[in-house]
Ligand binder design. Structure first.
Ligand SMILES: [Zn+2]
Ligand SMILES: [Zn+2]
Ligand SMILES: [Zn+2]
Length: 371
């Protein structure tokens, strides 16, 4: 029996609006726009054209929907409506916690739009995020380890809700295999709301934004809106992808978790790793030993080709293999030959696989040894 994503009750599931119904009544342009769910590893997947603000998800119970969520919608409506319409104003510290919680709740709800199957594959936000927010429902406080900001948007989108998984990257260490946090971005009319939540508390770092947006949570005094630089469309995708976060710790960086922003992940198949190629129709294979090498900080380049025919130059990186170039076989072979580094031949039951060890670049070179 399906249960409520937030409280786990098996009561009647009512269908919660991803964006509160009040948004359809404040005079925003209601021209249908392509909905994108911002599914975790297919950012901005289109869900088809539907009337905005009408999209519902089915995994929220009536008690949640009409209780604590509805209270948050009430605060959001009162506080945010003028900004959505571009009217200047202020947010008092007493409202900042509820508005931040509303952002978190809205991002979590939007991620429920991803199909059940996608989420079983690990592509949604963890179920514990929903339960933790429910546990705090009467506190008007977002989850611990979160920060939120508010700004002005001056692009052409009328709305967007996105969540992007983030990796906390410590200088010199390989990228982790799981995200340790996520970014939340909500655009509504002229308003942009941005948030960050660390799901691994030990990796939490203090963060500011490149746009220097006023901080909504934790509260730091009354906020005037608008202030600072507006966000424009050129910057929007990077911003929603978490690229605007600036860690205040020198050796710690926050980045989009890379598997989330790239194509289908590789799969291990009998001693070989299957790598879908960017043509979208084929796969190529490389030896598993290159993955073991990558965990030891040793990376390789190799050329390969699919049946299109199309040739590819592939590099292994801490998070897997990545296509660096796609071209004719001649052009790829030239690129490969031009790479510095020693060539290795790996022999196994499939034949001989040739690759070149890449010289390490980036932070790993700057002093600290990679364990
Ligand atoms: Zn519920
Ligand atoms: Zn192909
Ligand atoms: Zn990569």
């Amino acid at each position: 029996m399906p249960t409520c994503a937030f409280c786990d009750s098996s009561g009647k599931l009512t269908g919660e609006h991803v964006l509160g119904g009040w948004l359809s009544k404040i005079g925003l342009d209601l021209v249908p726009v392509p909905h994108s769910a911002g599914q975790l590893n297919r950012i901005g997947r289109e869900l088809g054209v539907r009337p905005p603000f009408r999209q519902k998800v089915r995994e929220v119970c009536g008690t949640c929907n009409n209780g604590w969520m509805s209270k948050l919608e009430g605060v959001a409506r009162r506080v945010l409506t003028p900004f959505i319409l571009g009217e200047p104003g202020a947010i008092s510290p007493e409202d900042q916690g509820a508005v931040a919680t509303w952002i978190q709740k809205t991002a979590l709800t939007a991620m429920l739009v991803s199909s059940e199957e996608d989420r079983k594959g690990g592509y949604g936000l963890p179920a514990s995020e929903y339960h933790a927010l429910y546990a705090l429902r009467d506190k008007a406080q977002p989850l611990p380890g979160s920060q939120f900001w508010i700004g002005r948007y001056n692009g052409v989108r009328s709305w967007s809700v996105r969540a992007t998984p983030l990796a906390v990257r410590v200088n010199g260490l390989p990228e982790p295999d799981r995200p340790q946090g996520y970014a939340m971005t909500i655009l509504l009319g002229q308003l942009v709301l941005h948030g960050l939540r660390f799901t691994t508390p030990s990796l939490q770092v203090e963060v500011s934004t490149g746009l220097d947006l006023p901080q909504l949570w934790p509260p730091a005094g009354p906020i005037m809106w608008p202030s600072r630089q507006p966000l424009d469309d050129d910057a929007f995708l990077g911003f929603a992808g978490g690229k605007d976060f600036r860690s205040t710790e020198k050796h710690i960086e926050l980045r989009p978790w890379r598997p989330a922003t790239e194509l289908t992940p590789s799969q291990a198949v009998g001693g070989m790793i299957e790598l879908p190629t960017i043509c979208g129709k084929h796969v190529v294979y490389y030896p598993t030993v290159l993955v073991d090498e990558a965990t030891r900080g040793r990376f390789y380049a190799f050329g390969t080709a699919c049946a299109c025919p199309m040739a590819y130059l592939i590099h292994t990186e801490p998070d897997g293999a990545h296509c660096k170039a796609a071209d004719t076989a001649e052009a790829i072979s030239e690129l490969y030959e031009a790479l510095p580094g020693e060539e290795h031949a790996i022999e196994d039951q499939y034949g001989v696989f040739r690759c070149k060890q890449l010289t390490v670049s980036g932070p790993a070179q700057s002093g600290k040894a990679t364990p």
